[in-house]
Design a binder for this molecule. Structure first.
Ligand code: ADE
Ligand code: ZN
Length: 337
């Protein structure tokens, strides 16, 4: 491994933007299709991989939702998440806050309990095996209506103590944050933290809406905030965390080339930007590869990489004492490496 590669892999970091369904590797997709006798429109792992050429967010989502159809049992959700936690641990992740999309499964007749049972078994396993803390964030699908999100919140009621927050994902343009203002308020009333994908494909106005109408704790992506100087100043002033996903941005054509990625301009503008993996099985790399690739493409130095890792803990939903402990470990690594 290169110097940069090994520095990044050992750098303690938090994963804050990972869709567990987006960690479904083609090998597991094919294996689960066989195990569950589900027909998929691909004859081999190579054919699955060859389908991963995206022109925009929607072209990806169509394949991502189709792929999720192989997930049927609690064991499937366990195996998916356990494989992800093994990869994350190898990438230096010491704490993870992962998204799952309940409606992608409940709409196919899979019980909310099936999803939770499988994921929670893997979460408990990650702590035992890797000493990794894991929080779950259930994400509402924004192409569906708010009533459906309310029904999902009702289903989650028995598991509220195992969920740290809610998110909002899926097709952004045409589905602004305002559409979900009431269900976000209801989620907050139940003690849940609030995240929202905004400014990935959608305009800066959607980021303003996520702040003004949803009162979010975190913005996922947020890249297009850079088009609005007033918004950048506002995000910087409030130390709002932006969970940026460089390989996703290139795969979904939000950025032409990694060499053009705005991550260092975001840091220079005072934004609390962090680096994450989004849907790594589809976009060509997990969190360490996102760090490494964008560092190489943009010439980021160690100080910037440590800042990005620091921001991941500062932006996490860990209690203050655990954030402090994570930062102590990070500083020790930065000093001795
Ligand atoms: N669901 C999974 N990945 C997503 C992304 N990058 N944007 C919006 N919704 C998603
Ligand atoms: Zn995402």
């Amino acid at each position: 491994m290169s110097d940069l590669g090994s520095f990044v892999a050992g750098l303690p970091k938090a994963e804050l933007h990972l869709h567990i369904e987006g960690s479904l590797e083609p090998e597991m997709m094919v294996a689960l299709a066989r195990r569950n006798r589900v027909a998929i429109p691909f004859a081999s792992v190579e054919e699955v991989r060859a389908a991963y050429r995206f022109t925009d967010l929607q072209s990806f989502l169509d394949i991502y939702y189709a792929g999720a159809d192989v997930l049927r049992t609690a064991e499937d959700f366990h195996d998916l998440a356990a494989a992800y936690f093994d990869r994350a641990a190898a990438d230096g992740v010491t704490h993870a806050e992962i998204f799952f999309d309940p409606q992608t499964h409940t709409h196919r007749g899979i019980a909310f309990a099936t999803v939770m049972d499988g994921l929670l078994a893997a979460v408990d396993g990650a702590r035992a095996k890797h000493g990794m803390s894991v929080y779950l964030i259930m994400s509402y699908l924004r192409h569906l209506d708010e009533e459906d999100a309310f029904a999902t919140l009702a289903m989650a009621e028995p598991w509220l103590d195992r969920l740290v927050g809610v998110g909002l994902d899926s097709s952004e343009v045409g589905n602004p944050p305002a559409k979900f203002a009431r269900v976000f308020a209801a989620s907050r009333e139940r003690g849940l933290k609030l995240c929202c994908h905004a400014g990935e494909e959608g305009p800066p106005a959607y980021v303003h809406e996520a702040l003004d109408l949803l009162h979010v704790d975190r913005i996922d992506h947020g890249n297009r905030s850079m088009e609005d100087a007033g918004l950048v100043a506002r995000l910087a002033r409030s130390a709002m965390t932006l969970t940026v996903c460089p390989l996703s941005n290139v795969a979904l054509r939000n950025v032409d080339r990694l060499e053009d990625h705005p991550i260092d301009r975001m840091l220079a503008a005072g934004l609390r930007a962090t680096i994450h993996s989004d849907d790594p099985a589809y976009f060509g790399g997990y969190i360490a590869e996102n760090f490494r690739a964008v560092a190489e493409a943009r010439g980021l130095g160690r100080e910037q990489l440590v800042t990005l890792a620091r921001n991941s803990f500062l932006g996490s939903f860990l209690p203050d004492d655990q954030v402090a402990a994570q930062l102590t470990r990070l500083d020790a690594y930065a000093e001795r490496t």
